[in-house]
Design a protein around this ligand. Structure first.
Ligand code: SF4
Length: 353
């Protein structure tokens, strides 16, 4: 059954979007590959932050075949600082799959796109509607917020069932052809520019104000409903910035699975150590050093976890077996060190360690 409110929102929203759309490089093309890359980059990342990455990434990997053949270290270096690194790994996995199972071309339906690694419901809907004009919705946090307000619904948007309900309701009214792309992009744009999160949406400037239930009821600022998140786990870590007499740093590659997989990092202990404990700890491990200097603390916040890091600069007499040795320039230009280590990387650069 078609929801009359959603149905009546389509034409004004598409018309508004055509007049008001912001110009982004990924909106210049209907190439499914380019849309795929932009949608993955834009997940949980601000548009302004994505812009320089998008161009660089596409210069290095201009098509599916190039991405499928990407060198892992080069791929990670291009993604460095963008966060959620599993997105980059999944893009490559997905590209290999597209080469092997779809003849190098992204399929055109949401159902087929969903079979590709890293492409979930949202990304599949975005590619299908924007690149192929398929009548498929793409429901993310922005779209959930806009539509829950539009419908005046107090359903909990943190629940998968709410997302599914909205996705089905939108699919039932979605147009096909060029209007499918307009609707997907219009919903995104409205959520970014007008029906904004946190506080009062800009209803006076909204093309949907005459059909919006939340505006009519004066409850737009109360929606959407979202149950409280669990508090993040805090992990205290001691970070070792090991430096050799010739100025090279000892770093290591993280494992192939889990948080920040495949990226490089400074060595660490999963506990907080005072300066004295740090000295004792290294000595007990047989690591000989000429100097140990506290260089400050930093916090990095992941979705479900916080790293509270205490750093020590440790001047070693000789390399530690199994570690990768990198000059200061290589730390910046060659090895992908996640932004969790930004503070310590900056310390090295500013102090010319
Ligand atoms: Fe959002 Fe207000 Fe527009 Fe309703 S009228 S969709 S609450 S901006």
């Amino acid at each position: 059954m078609q929801d009359p409110i959603l149905l009546s929102a389509i034409s004004p929203l598409c018309a508004w979007y055509e007049k008001n759309k912001k110009s982004y490089p990924w909106r210049e093309s209907r190439d499914p590959y380019r849309i795929w890359i932009s949608e993955v980059m834009l997940q949980q990342t601000r548009t302004a932050a994505v812009l320089p990455y998008y161009e660089r990434f596409l210069s290095a990997f201009p098509n599916v075949a190039a991405l499928a053949a990407a060198d892992d270290d080069v791929l990670m270096k291009l993604w460095e600082g963008l966060g959620y690194y599993s997105r980059a790994r999944n893009l490559k996995k997905g590209a290999i799959q597209v080469m092997e199972c779809f003849g190098g071309k992204l399929p055109s339906t949401k159902a087929e796109l969903r079979k590709i690694a890293g492409i979930g419901d949202y990304t599949a809907g975005a590619i299908a509607s924007m690149a192929f004009g398929a009548p498929s919705s793409a429901v993310d946090g922005n779209v959930l917020r806009v539509c829950m307000r539009l419908l005046g619904s107090d359903a909990d948007i943190s629940k998968e069932a709410t997302k599914k309900m909205l996705s089905n309701a939108l699919d039932a009214v979605y147009p096909s052809g060029p209007r499918a792309a307009l609707l997907t992009e219009g919903l995104m744009e409205l959520g970014e520019a007008v029906c904004i999160p946190g506080g009062e949406p800009r209803c006076a400037a909204c093309p949907l104000s005459s059909v919006c239930e939340a505006r009519k009821g004066g409850i737009a600022h109360l929606l959407p409903m979202k149950s409280a998140k669990k508090p993040r786990k805090i992990l205290k870590r001691t970070l070792w910035i090991f430096v050799l007499p010739d100025g090279r740093f000892c770093i290591q590659k993280r494992g192939e699975k889990g948080l920040l997989a495949g990226l490089y990092e400074f060595c660490a202990e999963e506990k907080e150590l005072s300066e004295q404990e740090a000295r004792q700890h290294l000595s007990a491990k047989g690591i000989s050093f000429t100097e140990l200097l506290p260089i400050g603390e930093a916090v990095h916040i992941f979705t479900h976890l916080e790293w509270h890091m205490t750093g020590y600069l440790v001047r070693l007499q000789r390399p530690i077996a199994g570690m990768t040795l990198a000059t200061r320039e290589e730390l910046s230009d060659v090895y992908a060190l996640p932004s969790a280590f930004r503070y310590f990387k900056r310390y090295i650069e500013e102090n010319k360690i």
